[in-house]
Write a protein that binds this ligand. Structure first.
Ligand code: ADP
Ligand code: MG
Length: 332
């Protein structure tokens, strides 16, 4: 450096070379200072971001933690951006869950209020003197009891649904004849069906049993809910027809078909949601909770099976689900 300055001193004061060398010298110094500052700022930012990053809970850092070992500010920034994106997705899903929970609670309150007010109304009327009026007291008590029955029905459905969602229910898989189960559900619902003049039948005469591996009680519930729906939303003098067919190598498909009201296409994607009903006021009059199909779907999914729906307004609906086939026994 000293040699360089001495050599520079010997050059005449305004010589072009001297000015040129000075400019180069200034440029070199400027570049070095610039690069040094740039490096220092990057380092400073890197340390600051890294510190912030390290203060995050490990669960929020996730896999990014391992990538962070890099000393490169670009990849660090990428990591932080990715983290921010993930957090915003997480936040959106939490907001959705909160809305869902609010709606769910609102729905429950709404569902319980109606029968509760009915019960309360009749009890208050009885207390106000109707109790002594023998022409109405029994009728009012019976109506109050109907309200209690409905409350119990809603609470049982909710209880079952919650258990299914928490996967608290262990399936008890056993081998049984699905045709026999269908026939026994037909018998149980015969009274209700005949009130609407609806026939419950199998699509053909099956002359052999069809054995499946599933939780008998739960499948009974699925069939009951689907057949009950076909009665509730069926047309007078209509028919509910069930068929059982083999599909794939080891599965069967059970189809529950009715020729009732049918369901508009726009409702199909949401039909299995809790409390979803096509015609809100009409369906409540029919005693529905809107929980039946949500329960059906959970039970089928707990079996790792699938449920399908096809429906056309004014033509009818077909709900079908698959089950694991056991050995097929031919009738002798
Ligand atoms: N077989 C069917 N035909 C026409 N509509 C149906 C049928 N099954 C279900 N639905 C419609 O789907 C809605 C949800 O059914 P579900 O969950 O069983 O509730 P609900 O307690 O009202 O019966 C019903 O309210 C009804 O509008
Ligand atoms: Mg139902």
């Amino acid at each position: 450096m000293v040699g360089f300055t001495t050599a520079l001193m010997q050059i005449p004061i305004f010589s072009t070379v001297k000015i040129f060398v000075l400019i180069i010298f200034a440029l070199v110094i400027f570049m070095s200072v610039f690069l040094l500052l740039n490096y220092r700022i990057e380092k400073f930012m890197y340390n600051e971001i890294k510190q912030l990053y390290e203060e995050l809970e490990p669960e929020y850092r996730g896999e990014l933690n391992e990538i962070l070992i890099t000393d490169n500010i670009d990849s660090l920034l990428d990591n932080v951006k990715e983290l921010a994106l993930r957090r915003s997705v997480e936040l959106d899903s939490l907001k959705d869950q909160a809305t869902f929970r609010r709606e769910f609670l609102g729905n429950i309150a709404h569902e319980l209020k109606t029968p509760l007010f009915t019960v309360q109304g009749y009890i208050l009327t009885l207390l106000d003197g109707a109790l002594k009026d023998s022409s109405v007291n029994k009728k009012y008590l019976e109506r109050a009891n109907k309200g209690v029955e409905r409350l119990t029905y809603i609470i049982n459905d909710l209880d079952l649904l919650t258990k299914l969602e928490k996967q608290d229910i262990k399936l008890e898989i056993e081998e049984f004849d699905i045709l026999e189960l269908i026939k026994s559900v037909f018998e149980l619902l015969e009274m209700q069906a005949s009130k609407s003049d609806i026939r419950l039948e199998l699509d053909q005469l099956y002359n052999s049993s069809i054995l499946v591996n599933a939780d008998r009680e739960r499948v009974q519930q699925v069939l009951t809910n689907l057949i009950m729906n076909s009665i509730k939303y069926g047309k007078k003098k209509g028919t509910t027809e069930i068929s059982v067919q083999p599909i794939y190598e080891n599965k069967i498909i059970v189809r529950v078909r009715d020729n009732g009201l049918g369901i508009g296409e726009e409702h199909l994607p949401r039909l299995f949601e809790r409390f979803y009903r096509v015609d809100k006021s009409g369906n409540r009059r029919k005693g529905g909770t809107g929980l039946g199909l949500a329960i059906v779907k959970h039970i089928i999914e707990a079996h790792n099976e699938q449920i399908f729906i096809e429906s056309k307004p004014a033509i009818g609906s077909e709900f079908s689900f698959t089950l694991d086939k056991a050995i097929l026994v031919e009738a002798s």
